[in-house]
Design a protein. Structure first.
Length: 158
């Protein structure tokens, strides 16, 4: 009788253990949520992509985190601070330029579960974008929601 109860308990325990094990696979889903910045010119009401010849860009407060150094670019994707509700960037459009502009982004953060293998990703909802106008003529918020696709969220006009 005890042997039968023991075997039944062992069988139930093994079935429960097997059912509770999840197959943890490698993460093959995108989890990064960078903000896309596009560079444009506006001439006679016509918007055209422009390439900055030697862009320098870094996060203010994190000058050691150079995101672009003398990079020819018509757009760039930059990470936002996952621990704060704002991030500031320094942009110098050309290495021959003196000084640059400060781009400030205010946003709300939320966590989104991707999978057990990937964990969570941070999604952002941009509230406000401002920029100094030393070289930048104007700034437009093209898309408030930042998800894992590479979309242009902010348009800077030179």
């Amino acid at each position: 009788m005890y042997k039968r109860i023991f075997l039944y308990s062992l069988f139930v325990s093994l079935v429960m253990a097997a059912a509770s094990c999840e197959d943890y696979k490698d993460c093959n889903s995108p989890v990064d949520t960078p903000m896309g910045i596009g560079f444009y010119q506006l001439s006679d009401g016509v918007e055209t992509d422009t390439t900055l010849p030697a862009l320098t860009l870094f996060g203010i407060g994190r000058e050691d985190s150079l995101l672009a150094g003398d990079l020819a670019a018509s757009s760039i994707y930059v990470p936002l601070n996952e621990n704060l509700d704002s991030t500031r960037f320094y942009l110098q459009p050309d290495s021959t330029s003196v000084g640059g502009d400060t781009l400030t982004v205010l946003y709300k953060r939320s966590l989104d579960f991707v999978s057990s293998g990937c964990g969570f990703t941070t999604l952002y909802q941009i509230d406000t974008v401002t920029c100094t106008t030393h070289y930048v003529d104007s700034v437009v918020l093209a898309s408030k929601k930042i998800v894992t696709t590479n979309a242009t969220n902010v348009k800077l006009y030179y």
